[in-house]
Write a protein that binds this ligand. Sequence first.
Ligand SMILES: NC(=O)c1ccc[n+]([C@@H]2O[C@H](COP(=O)([O-])OP(=O)(O)OC[C@H]3O[C@@H](n4cnc5c(N)ncnc54)[C@H](OP(=O)(O)O)[C@@H]3O)[C@@H](O)[C@H]2O)c1
Length: 263
Amino acid sequence: MTTTESRTALVTGASSGIGEKLAAEFAADGYDVALTARRRDRLEAHADRLEAEYGVETHVVTADLAEPDAPAELLAELRDRDVQVDALVNNAGFSTYGPFAGSDRATAQDMIQVNLASLTDLTHRVLDGMVERGHGEILNTASMAGMAPTPNTAVYAATKSYVLSFSEALAHELEDDGVTVTALCPGPVDTELIAKEGMADSDIDNSDLNDPESVARAGYQGLKDGDRVVVPSRRMQALAQLKRVLPRKRVVSLAANQYEQYG
Ligand SMILES: NC(=O)c1ccc[n+]([C@@H]2O[C@H](COP(=O)([O-])OP(=O)(O)OC[C@H]3O[C@@H](n4cnc5c(N)ncnc54)[C@H](OP(=O)(O)O)[C@@H]3O)[C@@H](O)[C@H]2O)c1
């Protein structure tokens, strides 16, 4: 039951990687957490750890965010449990590597649904309540890939551009409503996403990979500081600056080379 003192953060993609660590950041700060993803066993184990370590209340709801009805069903389930979403962390996402031509159509559609359509729908569905209460926090996991068109991960980069653009626009719209919106833009992070994408088999230099815990901590801190965009590493901050000033064609080549290095 939500009390006036308790706050609940709903974290999508909380079964591994950055989302798992983001949920821990919220719990460490005293938030109750609602964890969602597809893998129930992972979510339940994580919920048990957070309850034991931080004494917070946890809620586990499985959802496949590639399904268009999933955001409505997820929020209906939380409402049935009297859980109010005070902070929304839209973190679930996945990517693929390779040319768009010849790629699997269903996978591309799922990526668009998970990475941006469900994110938008969840935001839409919780936002009115946040505005009415005069308080709310939204943290969206975008990516450095969202800062430039990126060959060989064209759909993924475009979904992350959307997340970044959407987040910054909403942050501006909501600045007098007590609702903050932060976009977290990591570079490469050592998570299952890298392994699934096939990057783990490349000659990636492990020193380039950020650890998910420090990325989550930077995102959480940025949210609390009211930052609109958080780029966790200095190297990526420099790259982000470069992408702002170079001619667009150079930016695309740079993104292609950078991604080839990882892909
Ligand atoms: N790793 C990087 O280099 C990197 C860099 C920049 C941004 N990001 C972004 O960070 C976010 C988290 O990724 P990660 O790196 O932490 O990778 P990860 O460990 O693979 O985590 C992805 C999370 O998203 C969930 N997810 C994927 N498809 C889903 C679906 N159809 N429905 C519901 N949940 C789904 C996964 O849970 P289930 O499989 O249990 O459903 C998992 O919890 C993503 O948005 C990603 O784009 C990652």
